[in-house]
Design a binder for this molecule. Structure first.
Ligand code: GLV
Ligand code: GLV
Length: 324
């Protein structure tokens, strides 16, 4: 008989059709909340799961689901997995690297530009009927070309952002990462390795693209924000928990005049999809609902890769992009 697989969230109908050829499939096309006891009820008798970042696979779930062998995450990040516990329970995790790199780097750059050039704020102003005349300082922001781009977390997506900045916009690129790139990659990205403090002090625009873990929790807090230039912008396309949002709200309220920072662009939030209500009251922040990988072709490619991981694993015992 076919392996039993839960597709925990709504997904492209073609992906459901493909998975149905291989598995005894339970789907969630109405996209009901899939956490707590509902997740356990649905997953208890399954051999595999197609998950997204909002589906938490932790010790409680693993203990309640002894048949489970694989969870295929449709995301490059996998902080929704307790990977150590999965390994201990003999459960394989997979993610979707590479297929989303360029789309996500494009978005990181788009959010940087929207933030530095105040695109969202000025668009709201126009829609609200407040635009009555041109003014010399109206929505005057920071330049992108020729400025210094700082990147914290220099994986595939960070490298993609570096290349866009260096080659497309003539930016000086500096980065900090746990490990340094090799010389060839540094030269391809035109990126210079610096310490974290120098990165914070020197960047005109700082983009966060590092994985979320205990070590990166609140890695940007009040002390780090205080080191940044008052004219700087901060962009987070990684995970919300990397930034202390309350400290960020304070820095944005102070702004460039008051010793804070000029602006921020956030695609991810600590308690998403709930957004800290304080952030909603700050004008100099661009807020998007975790859509950095959301181009139609890339979301399809991510879903295909997650599905192919399940199919490959049950056919051959090996997944395409395993995590553990
Ligand atoms: C999105 O945040 C992802 O990790 O793919
Ligand atoms: C502004 O609209 C300009 O023409 O400089």
């Amino acid at each position: 008989s076919k392996p039993r697989v839960l597709v925990a969230r709504a997904i492209f109908p073609e992906i459901i059709a493909k998975l149905e050829q291989h598995f005894d499939l339970e789907t969630n096309q109405p996209d009901e909340d899939m956490s707590g006891t509902r997740l356990i009820d649905k997953l208890r008798d399954k051999d595999g799961a197609f998950t997204t970042g909002s589906v938490r696979i932790d010790k409680t779930v693993l203990q309640a689901c002894p048949r489970l062998k694989i969870c295929a995450n449709m995301a490059v990040g996998y902080n929704n997995f307790d990977l150590d516990a999965m390994t201990a329970h003999g459960v394989l995790g997979t993610n979707t690297p590479d297929v989303l790199t360029d789309t996500t780097a494009d978005f990181g750059f788009a959010l940087l530009m929207a933030t530095a050039r105040r695109i969202a704020e000025s668009e709201h102003y126009l829609r609200a009927g407040k635009w009555h005349k041109w003014a010399y300082d109206m929505f005057a922001g920071a330049d992108i070309h020729g400025s210094t781009l700082g990147i914290l977390g220099m994986g595939r997506i960070g490298q993609g952002i570096a290349k866009r900045g260096a080659h497309g916009f003539g930016m000086k690129v500096i980065y900090h990462n746990r490990s340094r790139l090799d010389a060839a990659m540094e030269s391809e990205c035109k990126a210079r390795y610096v310490g974290k403090e120098e990165l914070l002090k020197t960047a005109d625009h700082l983009v966060l693209v590092l994985p979320y873990s205990k070590e990166s929790h609140h890695i940007i807090g009040a002390a780090e924000l205080a080191l940044m230039k008052p004219t700087a912008t901060l962009v987070n396309i990684a995970r919300g928990g990397i930034v202390d949002e309350n400290a960020l709200v304070q820095a944005l309220r102070k702004g460039s005049q008051g010793g804070g920072i000029a602006a921020a662009g956030l695609d991810v939030f600590e308690g998403e999809p709930k957004v800290n209500p304080e952030l909603l009251t700050v004008p100099n922040v661009v807020l998007t609902p975790h859509i950095a990988s959301a181009s139609v072709p890339t979301r399809r490619a991510m879903a295909e890769l997650a599905a192919d991981n399940l199919i490959a694993y049950f056919q051959t015992g090996k997944a395409i992009t395993p995590l553990n």
